[in-house]
Design a protein around this ligand. Structure first.
Ligand SMILES: [Zn+2]
Length: 120
């Protein structure tokens, strides 16, 4: 399923004129500096870093996996397409995120319950 949003169709708040949205940043908007700073700190500490369903092209977010990798994280890219990140990823799972993430969550759940699982 492809979802696209026409920026002109986004509803505007009658009180302040701000865009009505879920807790997301629309393309072309600035990221909250405190949020991105926190993301970089988490990236530095990560042992495993998942890059899910992104072109890995738009900075500063595209720098996060590079920071994680440089600090020793195992980099896992989940994307049906190859990206500029693919050559340095430790694992590339060529699936759509909506197909992969539920399976990955189930596998992690099985592992945490002490069951041996096989990736197929
Ligand atoms: Zn408002």
């Amino acid at each position: 399923m492809d979802i696209s949003v026409d920026p002109k169709q986004i509803a505007v708040c009658a009180h302040c004129g701000g865009k009505i949205r879920p807790d997301v940043v629309w393309f072309g908007e600035m990221l909250d500096e405190t949020v991105i700073d926190e993301a970089f700190r988490w990236a530095e500490e990560a042992q495993v870093f998942l890059v899910v369903g992104t072109s890995a092209l738009v900075h500063p977010a595209a720098s996060l996996p590079l920071v994680a990798k440089r600090n020793g994280a195992t980099l896992v890219e989940i994307n049906p397409e190859e990206t500029p990140l693919t050559p340095i990823a430790d694992f590339h799972i060529g699936m759509k995120s909506g197909d992969c993430m539920p399976r990955l969550a189930a596998l992690i759940g099985e592992t945490r319950r002490g069951r041996k699982v096989e990736l197929k």
